[in-house]
Design a protein around this ligand. Structure first.
Ligand code: SAM
Ligand code: SF4
Length: 349
């Protein structure tokens, strides 16, 4: 007897809501979350925060247990990589308890646990992070010049950050530096930063300032398209396109003279939305499916409403249906649209 072609084979039965992969309406699979664990920070970078920031009341923040439960729900839905961010993730009280809790998700499918940090607390935590299964860390460092560093971060101490970078390397963590390129801010600093980093086995990614927060106008004025950074580096170094992919939006180049890599993250001058695989969750449990759009979904309500995760999974499904095709930074940069009032530290960079 010939098989009935229209019969649905049993293996095609729809997955249970709690295990169904997160796929949006543009067929992009979401397997990466950036989870902000605090909006607070010990720096006040000029492109990220104003000097007198108002922070959220602590009661609004997800507890460490809620952050862990939420992460477990995402991992059950196919998320393979979790990046903790903020604010400064390492200033959240008892954050190592969270790292320890999340490290248990490696048994349930999580493949990578990582963080983006300003490095100020790394000297204290690097070894513990390595113990929790963290293998790589992104450290934000825009310049090696102590005075410029202080001017850009307002409150930062570069010596503390450099100690943190050393501690991370000693703990066996792979370190990548992130550098926001700013016209009039750190031009002229790119070559020394790359040479210093590559000399220590660290790659460097450059990022264009995005028009976010109340100080968006500063970022729009300071925008330095990364072509200019690449051109400045190419005066002294030989850059060839690399086959390296990090799962993120950076395009990488190998540097012949140093054997290291530089990456360029160009949200403004080049869209990377088509291959977007990520969502962001704030420290209050608001899910943003796009860094540059206002679309949001409350996850704290469903998390707190019941110990059962079914409402949470329904909220995730709803968010997937609404994930926008891409950001509007270009229109915001050109003035055609108002910039997002959300700080990067709120959404989770
Ligand atoms: N405090 C940590 C840090 O600085 O690495 C993590 C949070 S921070 C918001 C994450 C990243 O976002 C940093 O690399 C920072 O340089 C970047 N960032 C902040 N505001 C930005 C903006 N307006 N445009 C582009 N990158 C920004
Ligand atoms: Fe803090 Fe990071 Fe924002 Fe700088 S970029 S103010 S270190 S959250």
């Amino acid at each position: 007897m010939s098989p009935n072609l229209l019969e649905i084979p049993s293996h095609a039965a729809p997955a249970a809501p709690a295990t169904r992969p997160l796929v949006d309406s543009f067929a992009r699979t979401i397997d990466y979350i950036r989870l902000s664990v605090t909006d607070r920070c010990d720096f006040r970078c000029v492109y990220c925060m104003s000097e007198n920031m108002n922070f959220l009341p602590r009661a609004d923040l997800l507890t460490l247990e809620e952050l862990e439960r939420l992460s477990a729900a995402f991992v059950a839905r196919g998320v393979r990589k979790i990046r903790l961010t903020g604010g400064e993730p390492l200033v959240r009280r008892n954050v190592m308890e969270l790292f320890r809790g999340l490290s248990r998700l490696f048994d349930r499918g999580l493949q990578e646990l990582t963080l983006t940090t300003n490095g100020s607390q790394l000297a204290r935590y690097a070894a513990q992070l390595a113990d929790c299964g963290v293998r790589r860390v992104n450290v934000s460092l825009d310049t090696l010049d102590a005075e410029k560093f202080r001017a850009l971060t307002r409150w930062g101490d570069i010596a503390q950050v450099l100690k943190g970078v050393d501690a991370a390397l000693e703990a066996g963590l792979k370190v990548k530096l992130n550098c926001v390129a700013l016209k009039g801010g750190n031009e002229g600093e790119f070559l020394p930063l790359v040479e210093w980093a590559h000399g220590r086995g660290m790659d460097v990614s450059f990022i264009e300032a995005m028009p976010l927060g109340e100080d968006a106008a500063y970022n729009i004025e300071s925008l330095l398209p990364l072509d200019a950074v690449a051109a400045a580096l190419a005066e002294r170094l030989t850059l060839t396109p690399s086959t390296h992919v990090s799962g993120g939006p950076a395009r990488y180049f190998d540097v012949a003279e140093t054997g290291g890599r530089v990456g360029f993250i160009t949200p403004l001058s080049q869209h990377f939305c088509d291959s977007c695989n990520r969502v962001r969750v704030t420290c209050t449990g608001t899910l943003y499916t796009c860094l540059g759009q206002e679309d949001q979904t409350d996850l704290r309500g469903p998390l707190r409403a019941s110990k059962d995760d079914s409402a949470l999974h329904a909220a995730l499904d709803d968010a997937m249906r609404r994930k926008p095709r891409g950001h509007d930074f270009l229109a915001q940069w050109s003035g055609a649209l108002a910039p997002s009032a959300r700080h990067m530290s709120t959404t989770g960079g």
